[in-house]
Design a protein. Structure first.
Length: 717
């Protein structure tokens, strides 16, 4: 059923501002619902258990629970039952939410108290509408994602147009549509269930008495053993991962078996009896998985897809020359050509936040890698790595052992799931940290060199947040101490007095606690200092690779914070800061006064040199709106010609020089010429100033074909 509706100046009955908590630990996301002003708290959505379990809606300031929700995973996406408390009768009314995932839309059906409400959310849109299905699709509520948080999804606005429906009805479904955006490091296990997965292999199992037992198992059973080993050997820091299980075969055979969850037991149970379907269509499955991730977590969250596929050709199955160029995404690829070490080790890097890794049964060849890389590129994802069980030199002896499975699992863990242990060092201070997620290698664009992250993050200096502004970061990582700080407390015996407690304190336990805290003192010292001084620490990840560490504060828990590492593009500079090698101590630029004390003053960035230079002054725009303001000033001066001719020519040289710096000259000059020609036709420019504008148009035509910037003079013709 397609609901159509017309909005004719509807006035909302109630309006709310919704904010998602940044950090909730391992629980499902929590939300705060404020009034329209965003100051007075009206409701709180609080989670009680991991993942999709129990959620409570608490009304403020009474702190009374007015709604409860229990959710569960289905084959399609999501089902939930909820209860809403009637404040007058103090009776609970039960309802249900059924949500279906489509490629371009989310649709949910809410049934409560005999009412049927449809929720329609289009992925490219920032607005979700609630429609009354029993009243011809009448709009009863809608919520919008704030433009400032499109990619992070932390702020929303909720408008309710109906007075006969409770707020909890829309808050619950609103929450269930956006709660998955806060999960950490989502991963999809994409498992091939085509006919090729029914091929049998010899699997050798070692008994306790070193006796070996050989059995014939199918490829899908090998995949189940791989997934089980991967889930059962996951270290504790990687419990932050949220994993979904998706089965695929042909174009129309894609099933979500397990929605995003942190319960590895459910994943293991779901792969024990994998079905077998028909043909194989890998590209459509990857497209679906990426849209599934984007719909759930947004477009700028780091995401992973781990594909378990047959991707093999048997000896009696011929390979056609047009296989690779065939746009149809059947996986008929050959695995019998050698792969060079460079192709095997080189990692394909891109700006896409979605990384794809492939786990194959046989070792892939160069043709296989090219085919998989082409499919990955078409999906606009990043090709991470290939794994395989059987080497090509052992293709005739297709016997799989537990050691081979453990080898692949170890490689996957080291590349995808293990945290990066590093040492944060500043002078003689240092602290051992867990960097999550792991810092991936990057390519230095000037030389094409592949840079590996160092095991030591060295703090080179500190700079104000207002100076570094919002530098482009290729990735962001959480820095956590290996051991939490423990406040030293003496052991006090039961019924002890203060005097006896002080005398019976265990010196050994205090020494142990102090020793464990020594390594973390620098972490907390840096965290507090950066938060108080509103500064960031510039760190070196490699000799030619830098980043910045800043303190992230949370909205709800003002006393809670953590360190975040932003990794820059490889190189030694940020565009408006220039080379890091030219940065120096503050006392060199602003020396101490007569009494020897350093007088700290707020100075504009970048710091201007004291001696005058013979070179022409250069422009620096730290913000895009500065350049836009110069263009607006130039256009306004054209309407006041010939009175403002000096300002007009000065701003012209300014923006033309900036157009060459930013590479905007072609587009910018065309737009300015069209604008001036239109203003002349409409008579917005005085007749005395038309000649100045015409000279500028001729100057822009000449400058548009020039290889270098030519300063405009008033005598130019």
């Amino acid at each position: 059923m397609i609901a159509t509706h017309v909005i004719l100046g509807l006035t909302p009955v109630r309006e709310y501002a919704v904010r998602r908590d940044i950090l909730v630990g391992v629980k499902a996301p929590e939300f705060s619902i404020f009034d329209k002003s965003g100051k007075n708290l009206q409701y709180r959505i609080e989670s009680k258990y991991l993942g999709l379990h129990k959620i409570e809606l608490v009304s403020y300031p009474s702190k009374q629970v007015v709604g409860r929700l229990n959710s569960k995973v289905t084959w399609f996406l999501y089902e939930a039952t909820f209860e809403i408390l009637n404040s007058q009768t103090q009776q609970w009314t039960t309802g249900s939410i059924n949500q279906k995932l489509q490629i371009l839309n989310h649709k949910s059906v809410i049934e409560w108290n005999g009412r049927r409400i449809l929720m329609e959310h289009n992925i490219p849109s920032l607005t979700t509408r609630f429609l009354d299905d029993q009243r011809g699709g009448q709009l009863v509520a809608e919520y919008k994602v704030s433009l400032a948080s499109v990619f992070w999804a932390t702020k929303y606005s909720l408008q309710i147009f109906s007075s006969d429906l409770p707020d909890a009805l829309f808050i619950f479904d609103e929450k269930e549509n956006i709660f998955l955006l806060s999960r950490n490091m989502p991963t999809i296990l994409l498992i091939d269930c085509s006919l090729g997965m029914a091929e049998r292999f010899s699997f050798v199992v070692k008994q306790e008495n070193n006796m070996e037992t050989t059995m014939n198992i199918e490829k899908r059973s090998l995949v189940a053993k791989l997934v089980e080993s991967l889930m059962t050997n996951t270290s504790s820091p990687t419990k932050l991962e949220t994993i979904a299980l998706v089965l695929f075969a042909g174009h129309d055979t894609i099933k979500i078996v397990q929605h995003f969850t942190k319960n590895t037991d459910d994943i293991i149970k779901s792969v024990q009896n994998l079905p077998i379907f028909g043909d194989l269509s890998l590209k459509s499955a990857i497209d679906f998985a990426k849209k599934y991730l984007t719909t759930t977590f947004g477009a700028q969250r780091s995401q992973k897809i781990l594909v378990f596929t047959d991707s093999s050709h048997r000896e009696d199955d011929p390979i056609h020359e047009n296989t690779y160029n065939n746009k149809h995404d059947q996986m008929d690829i050959d695995l019998r050509k050698q792969t060079t070490n460079d192709e095997q080790e080189k990692t394909t890097l891109s700006n896409s936040p979605t990384d794809i890794s492939y786990v194959c049964i046989r070792q892939p060849s160069s043709i296989d890698r090219a085919r998989l890389g082409d499919i990955t590129e078409q999906a606009q994802c990043s090709f991470s790595k290939l794994y395989w069980l059987i080497n090509r030199d052992k293709e005739n002896n297709i016997t799989v052992t537990n050691d081979m499975i453990q080898r692949v699992v170890t490689e996957i863990k080291s590349d995808s799931t293990d945290v990066f242990i590093s040492i944060l060092k500043c002078g003689h201070y240092e602290s051992q940290l867990a960097v999550y997620p792991k810092i991936t290698p990057a390519i230095l664009q000037t030389t094409g060199e592949l840079l590996q992250p160092s095991n030591t993050l060295t703090v080179n200096g500190f700079i104000e947040l207002s100076s570094i502004r919002s530098a482009m970061a290729t990735s962001k990582h959480i820095l956590l101490p290996i051991q939490r700080y423990i406040r030293p407390q003496p052991t006090v015996p039961m019924f002890a007095t203060k005097k006896s407690a002080a005398s019976t304190a265990s010196a050994s336990s205090l020494a142990t606690q102090r020793k464990s805290n020594t390594a973390n003192n620098f972490y907390y010292l840096l965290l507090i200092s950066l938060k108080k001084e509103k500064s960031t620490a510039l760190v070196s990840i490699n000799d030619q690779w830098f980043g910045a560490i800043h303190c992230q504060k949370f909205e709800r828990k003002k006393k809670s914070s953590r360190l975040i590492l932003s990794v820059f593009e490889p190189g030694d500079c940020i565009p408006w800061i220039s080379s890091f090698e030219r940065l120096g101590p503050y006392a060199v630029v602003f020396p101490p006064v007569n009494n020897g004390e350093l007088v700290y003053k707020k100075q504009l960035w970048p710091v201007k040199p004291f001696p005058r230079s013979y070179t022409e002054t250069f422009l620096i725009w730290c913000r895009h709106n500065n350049f836009q303001n110069d263009i607006n000033k130039f256009v306004r001066a054209s309407a006041k010609l010939p009175d403002k001719v000096n300002i007009f020519h000065r701003e012209l040289n300014k923006i033309c020089r900036g157009a060459f710096i930013y590479g905007l000259r072609e587009r910018l000059f065309v737009l300015l010429r069209q604008l001036f020609q239109q203003q002349i036709q409409m008579g917005k420019i005085k007749p005395e100033g038309v000649k100045y504008v015409q000279n500028v148009i001729m100057y822009m035509n000449r400058l548009g074909t020039s290889d270098r910037y030519i300063k405009y003079e008033e005598t130019s013709t």
